[in-house]
Design a protein around this ligand. Sequence first.
Ligand SMILES: [Zn+2]
Length: 100
Amino acid sequence: MDRFADFLRLQIDIDLELLRLARERAEAGTEPAAAHLRGFRECELKTRLLTTHRWCGRGSGPCDRLGESYPPEDERGCPTRALLGLPYADRPGYAPRWRP
Ligand SMILES: [Zn+2]
């Protein structure tokens, strides 16, 4: 049902895997150590936001209570979720209708 959220979780998982590889390169001394640290924090931020807004557009999310959610047929749920998808707009599976 929540195709957009599933897409976002997959993209975050892909980012995390790429960051794990970067961390391995850093530990091997072939890449600066700090290169991946911010990326891990950004993934945590995205995951927390997605979790907080998981029910938006279905009547019980924080944006529903504020009257800022999208209608149930809009897979994005709310403006926060739509913005979370923006960094992944060029990845396979991103639907143009998901743009904020
Ligand atoms: Zn929301």
